[in-house]
Design a protein around this ligand. Structure first.
Ligand SMILES: Nc1ncnc2c1ncn2[C@@H]1O[C@H](COP(=O)(O)OP(=O)(O)O)[C@@H](O)[C@H]1O
Ligand SMILES: [Mg+2]
Length: 358
């Protein structure tokens, strides 16, 4: 069993192996490629039936590209996509059709992803018409049931997207994704544009729908707090690579990658008496056109040592079902500083003059 498989309880619905997407950079229309954007680099993970895998990382780290690549909305540069035991990364559009029905998406900006000139009922009916031979009466009934299920009212069916609030538009996007009875929904920052109170409602709706229909989700967010409630496991992504992959509980309880630790430090603690030391990230995310040598995170890592600058760490099991790509976690205790061994040490480790505070 590979480490990636060992973190999934049941047989995977979806498995990606070394999935890679590089975009060519061109200087002008006829110019030769001027470089490559390493949007997604050799990413491997699996999603089980009924499971939510959260995917977090700063803006630009490749989350949307990963989602689009596994949906075959963009062509992978390399790697494999296995859907219920069958490789689908090489299939042509005809052979992909049945799989397109089973994998749907909900995007961050429903206003951009829903056709503004279509009535809400038609937006939801469209995938049913595309994928099935249902008659008009049956479609109408299915659409009405979907409106009800996502918390929209029947009288909203003839309206246009602009007549809906942000949260309602996202419910409409969810109804459309549900319509062809998918097994997996890639939710790409579905609540990032919504008010906090509305975010919770939409997340709760997704959790209820998952239970009811046995759905799997890849749930993308740039904020760890958003994925905590909905995810069974979380993958942390940095500059095109997964740097940590484990259960939500293990990640929030004991993150092993310094980047995950930093993301977690930014999550507000509900109990004001609990102080969390703040690991402040230095500098900006490096360009995905010019990936740093060694560990991609070393330019911002407070714990980086010599090896990190030359050798890229691979994703390995550091604890049962807890994968991390960090030299600190694979080296013997004598190599490099220990992180998070106790609170005092964490306080001291606060990098680059960042003031530790809770
Ligand atoms: N069509 C494209 N052509 C070239 N570069 C792209 C394209 N789409 C995304 N990128 C680049 O790939 C990187 C990852 O982008 P994206 O997947 O959108 O990240 P995220 O969703 O995490 O914000 C970024 O540097 C982005 O500019
Ligand atoms: Mg994105």
């Amino acid at each position: 069993m590979t480490p990636v498989e060992s973190t999934v309880a049941s047989a995977p619905l979806l498995e990606v192996e070394a999935l890679t997407k590089h975009y060519d950079l061109r200087g002008g229309i006829f110019a030769r490629p001027a470089g490559k954007v390493h949007a997604v680099d050799e990413v491997s993970f699996a999603i089980a039936e009924g499971e939510t895998l959260g995917l977090v990382g700063e803006s630009g780290c490749g989350k949307s590209t990963l989602g689009k690549t596994l949906l075959r909305l963009v062509e992978p540069t390399a790697g494999s996509i296995v859907w219920r035991g069958r490789r689908i990364d090489q299939l042509d559009s005809g052979a992909m059709r049945p799989y397109r029905r089973e994998m749907q998406a909900v995007f961050q900006d429903p206003y951009a992803s829903l056709n503004p000139r279509m009535r809400a009922a038609d937006i939801v009916a469209e995938p049913i018409r595309n994928f099935e031979q249902s008659g008009p009466a049956e479609i109408r009934e299915r659409v009405a049931a979907l409106f009800d299920r996502v918390g929209l009212r029947a009288e909203q069916m003839p309206r246009y997207p602009y007549e809906f609030s942000g949260g309602q538009r996202q419910r409409l996007g969810i109804a459309r994704a549900l319509a062809p009875r998918p097994k997996l929904i890639v939710c790409d920052e579905p609540v990032s544009a919504l008010d906090v109170s509305v975010q919770a409602q939409v997340i709760n709706l997704l959790v209820d729908l998952q239970r009811e229909f046995g759905l799997s989700y890849l749930f993308v967010a740039h904020d760890l707090a958003v994925v905590e409630h909905i995810s069974h496991r979380v993958a942390v992504m940095y500059l095109g690579r997964i740097v940590e992959l484990t259960s939500t509980r293990a990640l929030f309880g004991s993150p092993l990658h310094p980047y995950a630790e930093a993301l977690l430090a930014a999550v507000p603690v509900p109990d004001p008496t609990v102080r969390r030391e703040r690991l402040i990230l230095a500098g900006d995310v490096p360009s995905p056109i010019k990936i740093p040598t060694g560990c991609r995170f070393h330019t911002r890592c407070p714990y980086a040592f010599d090896r990190c600058r030359v050798e890229e760490p691979t994703l390995k099991e550091a604890a049962p079902a807890h994968l991390v790509a960090c030299h600190l976690r694979e080296a013997p205790a004598s190599v490099g500083p220990a992180i998070r061994s106790d609170d005092a040490q964490r306080g001291k480790a606060t990098p680059n003059g960042g003031v530790p505070h809770g």
